[in-house]
Design a binder for this molecule. Structure first.
Ligand code: CA
Length: 233
């Protein structure tokens, strides 16, 4: 692929070192990319979910949401543009973690600009990564990319938080999931709530996913937590 001069490739760069970000933006724009910069993770999430980008470059060490969390948050929000992560050092740990959070490739700082361009072009050729398959438990289906849930053919409309709880239960179907695990997983941004908030939300999920259909998929395991089982009635 040649320089994407007239392809109108939209690129989001999330990088807090402002001079470095501006220099990179200038270089990429001379190659025909159209570049938006966010200087912290929260702005990165706001831009990344609000506009359609063809490719996203994330630094890992960022104020606010770090690059790992930002990548995961973008994926959780259904953003599937290819993500290239800038790792601070060439350590396997960083790279493995970058891939775990849904990044598609990584490049260690300091990097050669030519190599960066080659990586970006490779990602663009590859296009959006494959979305995860729809998850199932009995006749409950959950689409993690679209954040939508169905009981049989009937879509179950829930709040974002209820959907997150449902996704977590479906991913761990058949296992006992404790309230503290749910709390850690769903309220992971410095929330200091108690397990009571889990009970409140779980009762709403149960109402919408089970009672509305006369089912009992969400079992309460006394003293331990909850377990999602197939109840196909
Ligand atoms: Ca940084």
């Amino acid at each position: 692929m040649n320089a994407p001069h007239d392809l109108g490739v939209k690129l989001l760069l999330v990088e807090d070192e402002k001079r470095f970000a501006e220099a990179l933006k200038a270089g990429l724009e001379s190659e025909g990319f159209s570049v938006d910069i966010a200087h912290n993770g929260d702005d990165g999430l706001w831009l990344g979910t609000g506009r359609a980008y063809d490719v996203i470059i994330l630094d890992i060490m960022l104020p606010g949401l770090n690059g790992f969390r930002l990548c995961k948050a973008l994926r959780d929000a259904g953003v599937w543009a290819p993500v290239l992560m800038l790792t601070a050092k060439d350590g396997e740990y960083d790279e493995a973690e970058a891939l775990d959070t849904g990044a598609d490739d990584f490049i260690s700082k300091p990097f050669s600009y030519v190599v960066l361009l080659a990586r970006l072009r490779a990602l663009l050729r590859r296009g959006e990564p494959q979305r995860p398959a729809v998850l199932r438990c009995g006749d409950i289906s959950f689409d993690p990319a679209a954040k939508r849930c169905w009981r049989g053919q009937c879509e179950v409309h829930m709040t974002a938080r209820e959907l997150a709880i449902t996704e977590y239960l479906v991913r761990r179907a058949g296992e006992v999931v404790s309230k503290s695990e749910i709390l850690d997983h769903i309220w992971d941004f410095a929330f200091d709530g108690t397990s009571n908030v889990v009970e409140v939300h779980m009762s709403r999920v149960r109402q919408k996913l089970d009672r509305a259909f006369g089912r009992h998929s969400i079992e309460t395991v006394r003293g331990s937590g909850y377990r999602l089982v197939a109840d196909d009635a």
